[in-house]
Design a protein around this ligand. Structure first.
Ligand SMILES: *[C@@H]1O[C@H](CO)[C@@H](O)[C@H](O)[C@H]1NC(C)=O
Ligand SMILES: *[C@@H]1O[C@H](CO)[C@@H](O)[C@H](O)[C@H]1NC(C)=O
Ligand SMILES: *[C@@H]1O[C@H](CO)[C@@H](O)[C@H](O)[C@H]1NC(C)=O
Ligand SMILES: *[C@@H]1O[C@H](CO)[C@@H](O)[C@H](O)[C@H]1NC(C)=O
Ligand SMILES: *[C@@H]1O[C@H](CO)[C@@H](O)[C@H](O)[C@H]1NC(C)=O
Ligand SMILES: *[C@@H]1O[C@H](CO)[C@@H](O)[C@H](O)[C@H]1NC(C)=O
Ligand SMILES: *[C@@H]1O[C@H](CO)[C@@H](O)[C@H](O)[C@H]1NC(C)=O
Length: 445
């Protein structure tokens, strides 16, 4: 998909209601009163609270399904919006009772007059107050250096901790904390290539481990490298070193991550170039391949780069994604924004351990069976639902419901299953691009 301008003024309400392939499912509305929401996050074990973040820098707390009137957090004055920028992802600490932190990633408002100019990104932890009504302090843990972009600035490339956003391209991706308290941080490639061969070449920094773009990092609560990371250089000095923080490289736009409790694995959805949309099981040191792969033609445009040749060989040897919609998808996908497995045992057996994938542009969710050992899809994707709006995040909360956040219209719903309703399997789900180009938020290109 090509980049389109992000125009806040052009909001329209998506028309059609949701339809599910199986009529035993329905949608329950929680709030339609949100402005460009992009994510939801939960406190592990809490059945009654969850947060929704908005691109413009607000976070809203929902208690027992009701959105509170005052914002939980408001960092709008610090945020750069427009293009693909804003407050992008949230995660509560996995051991919240001992570490009362909310982690957020956002693009910083540049100091210069032009707020759309080059800037940098940041990940911070915020201490949640005792009454759980707001946050008390912010501690930046990644991207501590704030700058109006990196090119042409006196930034010390060796010492400094900076997330560059010179190209105004894809910037910050998903956040996820594992049970050991390691925070996984998705960093997109800061690229707008738009099909030009030179564009791909410009993005080769994604293949450089120390450059904070096109990576998944694994860091401690303080943003330090985790010992045992694949590029960890093995001494205390290296805890702050960019490369030592890296867990996986070669990503285009790792929009969200998902932890499978059943399989004890982390998965990442990677919004790919053009119509490439992929889901990967994370493993230390895995090279997802961008920009060598998915470029003009896999391997061909960049085969003079030895790293690209190596990646092409690994792919020939079977190293690849769980599922890649362009090669295999039916219907094809154009912007993947979520993956999950349903653990709620009251859903039908076919859903247990199968994956649901959400597509932003095409406004549908589909179901894919995956071989647990080979980490490959087993069958062609089956329709599950469409017509909810542009899905930017979806996840199962501790209350056992799957929550769906849509950008247009700005809403949160949850999926309800009631097996008594019908014997199911009656509606046709149509996966077509139902959102007009002007109203898409371009996470992608
Ligand atoms: C929508 O939320 C805003 C706060 O963001 C509030 O001022 C307004 O009253 C709400 N409107 C409705 C209809 O709930
Ligand atoms: C949410 O609802 C549950 C069950 O009705 C109740 O026990 C709990 O106190 C409520 N939580 C809040 C914060 O009101
Ligand atoms: C958030 O803060 C900004 C100023 O930084 C203010 O203008 C805005 O009204 C606040 N939003 C809400 C919903 O409180
Ligand atoms: C919690 O945080 C909010 C927002 O910062 C503040 O207004 C409130 O006083 C705090 N409450 C406690 C008990 O710290
Ligand atoms: C860390 O990443 C930044 C880009 O985000 C880069 O400018 C810098 O050179 C990297 N530092 C090291 C030590 O690799
Ligand atoms: C420790 O790590 C730093 C940063 O990677 C490196 O420059 C230095 O040579 C290492 N020192 C030793 C003793 O390995
Ligand atoms: C599971 O899903 C059903 C139907 O949507 C719901 O009633 C139930 O509360 C959910 N949670 C659990 C823990 O079963």
């Amino acid at each position: 998909m090509r980049p389109v301008l992000f125009a806040m003024g052009l909001l329209v309400t998506a028309a059609a209601g949701a339809s599910f392939y199986d009529e035993s499912f329905s949608l329950e509305e929680l709030s339609t009163n949100l402005t460009f929401p992009v994510g939801t996050c939960v406190v592990s074990g809490s059945q009654d609270k969850f947060l929704v973040i908005e691109l413009g820098g607000l976070a809203w707390l929902f208690v027992n399904g009701t959105k509170l009137d005052t914002p939980f957090l408001n960092i709008s004055s610090q945020i750069a919006v427009g293009h693909m920028r804003g407050l992008k992802a949230c995660a509560f600490d996995s051991d919240f009772s001992n570490h009362r932190y909310l982690y957020l990633s956002y693009m910083m408002r540049p100091d210069q007059a032009d707020p759309t100019g080059p800037t940098t990104g940041r990940v911070s932890k915020f201490r949640v107050n005792e009454s759980f009504t707001g946050v008390t302090e912010e501690t930046p843990i990644l991207g501590r250096v704030k700058s109006n972009g990196c090119k042409g600035h006196d930034i010390n490339a060796i010492e400094e901790d900076v997330i560059c956003n010179d190209n105004k391209g894809h910037n910050l991706g998903g956040l996820l904390m594992d049970k050991q308290g390691h925070l996984y941080i998705g960093l997109a490639d800061d690229g707008i290539t738009d099909g030009a061969k030179d564009g791909w070449l410009d993005l080769m920094y994604v293949q450089t481990p120390g450059y904070l773009a096109g990576k998944i990092l694994r860091v401690t609560r303080d943003g330090k490298a985790v010992e045992g990371n694949p590029y960890y250089s093995g001494n205390q000095t290296s805890l702050d070193d960019n490369a030592s923080k890296v867990y996986s490289i070669g990503l285009h736009n790792p929009w969200r991550m998902f932890y499978s409790e059943a399989w004890d694995r982390i998965f990442v959805v990677n919004v790919g170039e053009a119509e490439f949309e992929s889901v990967y099981a994370l493993s230390p040191g895995k090279n997802i391949g961008w920009p060598c792969t998915q470029a003009i033609k896999n391997g061909e445009a960049l085969d003079d780069y030895s790293v690209c040749q190596k990646i092409a060989n690994e792919m020939d040897a079977g190293f690849n994604s769980l599922w890649d919609s362009t090669k295999e998808g039916s219907p094809g996908s154009s912007c993947i924004t979520g993956a999950l497995q349903v653990s709620n045992r009251s859903w039908p057996a076919e859903f247990q351990e199968a994956f649901l994938f959400a597509d932003y542009c095409n406004d549908y969710i589909f179901l894919v069976d995956v071989d647990r050992t080979k980490l490959k899809k087993l069958d062609e994707p089956a329709d599950f639902a469409s017509g909810m709006g542009t899905i930017v995040d979806f996840r199962e909360h501790p209350d056992g419901y799957v929550y769906v956040v849509t950008f247009f219209p700005g809403a949160v719903h949850r999926i309800k299953y009631d097996k008594k309703a019908t014997d199911g399997k009656s509606k046709e789900v149509i996966g077509s691009c139902s959102i007009s180009a002007l109203n898409r938020f371009s996470f992608i290109s």
